[in-house]
Design a protein around this ligand. Structure first.
Ligand SMILES: C[S@@+](CC[C@H](N)C(=O)[O-])C[C@H]1O[C@@H](n2cnc3c(N)ncnc32)[C@H](O)[C@@H]1O
Length: 256
């Protein structure tokens, strides 16, 4: 797992990351609503190139965006909203990050499964306001009509061979006594139109399908396989994707 997480330190992955669909706007409305304490400071853990931190920064007092990948943080600084005055980037593992709370909200977008949970919670919990919540957010395309064919291609090339589709990171954290879950929600689905070539690059932004993990001929075979799987559904080289996000929030704790 640690080895795959290090994939995010590759320049090519940070570059490919711009092709991930944005989180639906509703995510940010919900995040803002979950802040009940002052100051309205947010800690975004495993911030990547700021898919959560950048849109959120203008809507709160401050966001500390922490990520251990320098290429991801550097990419984030260049992307829209990456230089907002409310946003402070820090390249560091979250376990040893320099925190400047108290934070009224902690956000973890597609990131917490990579982290050592006990060390992470021990680091962040002392820096929270009394009613601060941790929100775990996941998002991506759903109901892809080419899904079965795509999974076959992915399984042929993925560097993660023990993928368990039933694994829930939120359940796993709760079982360790680290989270008192308060609520979950799914956003309304939104349509996102994407060129097939960008859709393929998005897949290479995942830790297990990074281009640098594959010899060039394998990457070409992967790209050809995905192109073939989606071809019947593309119009003029463009796909209509349906994007949904899921949020789970609660009170993070350190077991005594
Ligand atoms: C899939 S990306 C998610 C990025 C962003 N939150 C988003 O929603 O698009 C996961 C990120 O977590 C970061 N990461 C993984 N383990 C970390 C750790 N222990 N400390 C800080 N960042 C970490 C990786 O570098 C990567 O940028």
């Amino acid at each position: 797992m640690t080895e795959l997480a290090a994939t995010f330190k590759q320049e090519a992955v940070a570059e490919a990351y711009q092709h991930r669909p944005p989180y639906p706007d509703e995510v940010f409305d919900r995040l803002v609503e979950l802040i009940t304490d002052e100051p309205r400071r947010v800690l975004d853990i495993g911030a990547g190139e700021g898919a959560i931190a950048r849109p959120l920064a203008p809507r709160v007092e401050h966001v500390d965006a922490i990520d251990f990948s320098e290429p991801m943080v550097e990419a984030g600084k260049q992307r829209p909203g990456g230089d907002h005055p409310n946003l402070r980037w820090q390249v560091s593992p979250i376990e040893t990050a320099d925190l400047d709370g108290p934070y009224a909200l902690v956000t973890a977008g597609a990131s917490i499964h990579w982290m050592p949970w006990e060390e992470t919670f021990a680091r962040i919990v002392p820096h929270l306001t009394p009613n601060a919540q941790l929100v775990v957010i996941e998002h991506g395309p759903v109901d892809e009509p080419w899904g079965d064919d795509l999974v076959e291609v992915i399984l042929r090339h993925s560097r993660k061979q023990n993928h368990d589709p039933k694994f829930s990171v939120v359940d796993a954290i709760r079982e360790r006594g680290l989270l008192d879950l308060i609520g979950t929600a799914r956003t309304k689905r939104v349509t996102y139109r994407q060129k097939v070539t960008d859709y393929i690059e998005r897949l290479h932004s995942t830790s297990s399908l990074a281009r640098d993990l594959m010899p060039a001929d394998e990457a070409a075979a992967f790209d050809a396989g995905v192109t073939e799987a989606v071809a019947p559904y593309a119009q003029d080289g463009v796909l209509d994707l349906t994007i949904e996000a899921e949020l789970s929030w609660g009170r993070p704790t350190i077991p005594s």
